[in-house]
Write a protein that binds this ligand. Sequence first.
Ligand code: G6P
Length: 369
Amino acid sequence: EAIEKGGYEHFMLKEIYEQPRSIADCMRGRLDAKNGRLVLGGLRDYMNKFQNADRIIITACGTSWHAGLVAEYLFEEFARIPVEVEYASEFRYRNPVVNEKDFVIAISQSGETADTLAAIELAKSKGATIFGVCNVVGSSIARATHAGSYTHAGPEIGVASTKAFTAQISVLTMMALMLGYQRGTLTESKYVQLLNELEKIPSKVEETLQMNPHIEEISAEYKDARNFLYLGRGYNFPVALEGALKLKEISYIHAEGYPAAEMKHGPIALIDEEMPVVFIATKDNSYEKVVSNIQEVKARKGKIIAVVTEGDTTVKSMADHVLEIPDTAEAFVPLLSVIPLQILSYHIAVMRGCNVDQPRNLAKSVTVE
Ligand code: G6P
């Protein structure tokens, strides 16, 4: 096992560190930015269906569902097709309205999640086209879908998903860009510009990982907190949910993720000097709004840890700690902003003496209801 961990203390840390490579592997042979080309083999025979779909329905569980939420923003921004993101466990029992004009995307690391599999069978019986985004080759979900694209992240051992999540987002990003280009909702020049930016993501992830020692120091300060709040807007809202889930899963600290503006409808009542609040406050469309949300937390003496874009000074002057990530296209930010949150949960869990790779009560793949 020590050999499998490749010198890392835990699989989770190894898998966090593998992300520059797993994202690059996921894009290899698919993205050719220099020539302005992007090809997902699995989509070839289904591009017509995809392009002409009335609606995209994404179904998944856990972290994969969070990747689905990121994809909702991607597909709507680039391809202008309405998207619904469904918990597989709800979808399957709800008698949902689905028909042959729907394009269903099922996301699953293991490809074995029982609820996701059942959701697929249901949508299939109603005539929808089902596309899988799986990590495990030949898995049940990969076989049950009409077509799919593998994430190629390599085996993920840690129960808390890390590299599979960023690989899922990578595949979904490529799908959204292809779709937008084909539908003409994304201009050629914008498309090429985005492809070039996407190609730089693995090295920007590498750069982001260098914050590890800094995050370890911050973790020591907050390891005894009883609650955490994670707030973000737009593309960073699903990242807030994922950050909170990571912390809950492995450190057993209660954490909630919220869209930052929803804070005033409830969570703000919880804020006092004991409450660490993690803001994902990168320079994007909602930046100014997030800054005022930070002010609201500060006024109530909450402790602020903020993930910001490199060079940010406004948030820096307000937050207790800042974690700087490289600048990128707004749509690609989740691939970078989730990294410090993975690392934060990892260190806090280790410092609390938790079994990081195999947290209590959780399974890597949930093959029963
Ligand atoms: C379990 C795992 C999570 C995972 C979820 C969905 O709860 O612990 O890490 O996100 O199942 O799994 P899947 O394999 O379908 O992505």
